[in-house]
Ligand binder design. Structure first.
Ligand code: GDP
Ligand code: MG
Length: 436
């Protein structure tokens, strides 16, 4: 998808001013790209005509070139299409908050119960996990394993009681044991059928959950959209969890689901591990689809935090590949003000893998600062000259070990490599944004 859109924009880049025909031609390619990504046809049609209206119409800003304008509009509309702003779980004013999962078999409900419980626990909540899938043989055990791993209790009554009775008893249990959140796992089927829906509806009417989260598998593409529509029509859902986005799922599902159901995607599943649940950010997803990684949000964040002069200097250095240890330190400090390091670096396209090796602990920044401060200016600018005896001197001077100095130099080398790549990417971006 991204590559296709990229091509469409590349064609726009060469132009100073855009005619109506140019916009139309570009949007034709955007349309094809979206359809190819498995986006619902009706959604695409509405999307394209909305953009055409805006792009060809009156909305012209002096500060932007026509190409920038189209990118901005496509980006805004894609974001809008996916629900606009990020939406969260709404907690009951009178706990416990009851969250109920729904979805087809294998969509990832049980796994998501565990992931969600982990997140809530990290936020200081005390969730009770409820084993409400009494049909799939190993479902109860599966949830118990997750509960054990999280050290959170799992409420189960075996497979002899009805899911409705289990859910009701679980809420009583939560009330008497001080659980402020109850997460009910439910059964799925291979296909939607009346029995399944009736059971879910019955739970819904008896326990009145605060949140019904529909779990859908992104890998199923257009089917996921149909499933979401049917569940929402029959049961009514409050939000969607889109799982398996780590696979080679096409982005189409994310684009269509909220548009078709009018319900927000609240989380995305990005792997099988308990940590692999992320809040869904429509704006980030949109820029990712536009093939710019999270460059747009990175730029925004950077603009907020970095004073312009320094940003310009850095940009110049990135272009000339003159990134030094002094800049490294400077950057680390600025980045420290922006938020968690891994989150920031994770926004740089292609930085994900390198990031894992970087393993930068915020607490280490103090050491890094001490080490760099113990270097001569010459060493900061040409780290290649830092040989064994210099390493020993720097370690002694900074109160660290030679290993720590080595680790820093290795981190710097990796970061420099990444920055150089980013420099190249920025040249492309800058060109695109200036419409050159
Ligand atoms: P349920 O039938 O809806 O309860 O689905 P499960 O929670 O049992 O998950 C079915 C399978 O999908 C399991 O093998 C999970 O590990 C896997 N799974 C769930 N979520 C994700 C995800 O976000 N990414 C990947 N790769 N696998 C997932
Ligand atoms: Mg299950």
């Amino acid at each position: 998808l991204s590559e296709k859109l990229q091509n469409a924009f590349d064609k726009l880049k060469g132009k100073g001013k855009l005619s109506e025909d140019d916009v139309k031609a570009a949007l034709r390619e955007v349309k094809l790209a979206l359809l190819e990504a498995d986006v619902n046809y009706k959604v695409v049609k509405g999307f394209i005509s909305k953009i055409e209206e805006r792009a060809v119409g009156h909305e012209v800003l002096d500060s932007l070139t026509p190409a920038q304008q189209v990118i901005k509009i496509v980006n805004e509309e894609l974001t809008d299409l996916m629900g606009g702003t990020q939406s969260k779980i709404s907690f009951a004013s009178n706990p416990p908050t009851v969250i109920m999962m729904a979805g087809l078999q294998g969509a990832g409900k049980t796994t998501t119960v565990g992931k969600l419980a982990k997140q809530l626990k990290n936020q200081g909540k005390n969730p009770l996990l409820v084993a409400g899938d009494i049909y799939r043989p190993a479902a109860i055990k599966q949830l118990q394993v997750l509960g054990d791993r999280l050290d959170q209790p799992v409420f189960s009554m075996g497979d002899k009681q009805s899911p409705v009775d289990i859910a009701k008893a679980a809420i009583n249990n939560a009330e008497s044991n001080g659980h402020d959140v109850v997460i009910i796992d439910t059964a799925g089927r291979l296909h939607i059928d009346e029995e399944l829906m009736d059971e879910l509806k019955q739970i819904k009417s008896e326990v009145i959950p605060h949140e019904i989260l529909l779990v859908v598998d992104a890998m199923t593409g257009q089917d996921a959209v149909n499933v979401a529509e049917e569940f929402d029509d029959a049961l009514g859902v409050d939000g969607v969890v889109l799982t398996k986005l780590d696979g080679d799922a096409r982005g189409g599902a994310a684009l269509s689901i909220s548009s078709v159901t009018g319900k927000p995607i609240k989380f995305v599943g990005t792997g099988e591990k308990l940590d692999n649940l992320e809040p869904f950010h429509p704006d980030r997803m949109s820029s990712r689809i536009l093939g710019m990684g999270d460059v747009l949000s990175l730029i925004e964040k950077a603009e907020e935090q970095m004073d312009e002069e320094r940003a310009k200097e850095l940009e110049q250095k990135l272009r000339e590949k003159k990134f030094t240890l002094e800049d490294f330190l400077d950057q680390l400090e600025q980045v420290r003000n922006m938020g968690p390091l891994d989150e920031i670096l994770g926004m740089i396209p292609g930085a994900g893998k390198q990031l894992k090796n970087l393993n930068m602990d915020e607490k280490q920044l103090d050491y890094i600062e001490a080490i760099i401060n113990s270097m001569t200016i010459e060493e900061r600018r040409n780290p290649e000259i830092i040989n064994g005896s210099r390493r020993r001197r720097i370690a002694a001077g900074s109160g660290t070990s030679v290993q720590q100095v080595n680790r820093l130099l290795k981190q710097f080398k990796q970061t420099k490599k990444m920055m150089d790549q980013l420099g190249d990417a920025q040249k492309g971006m800058a060109g695109k944004l200036k419409g050159k």
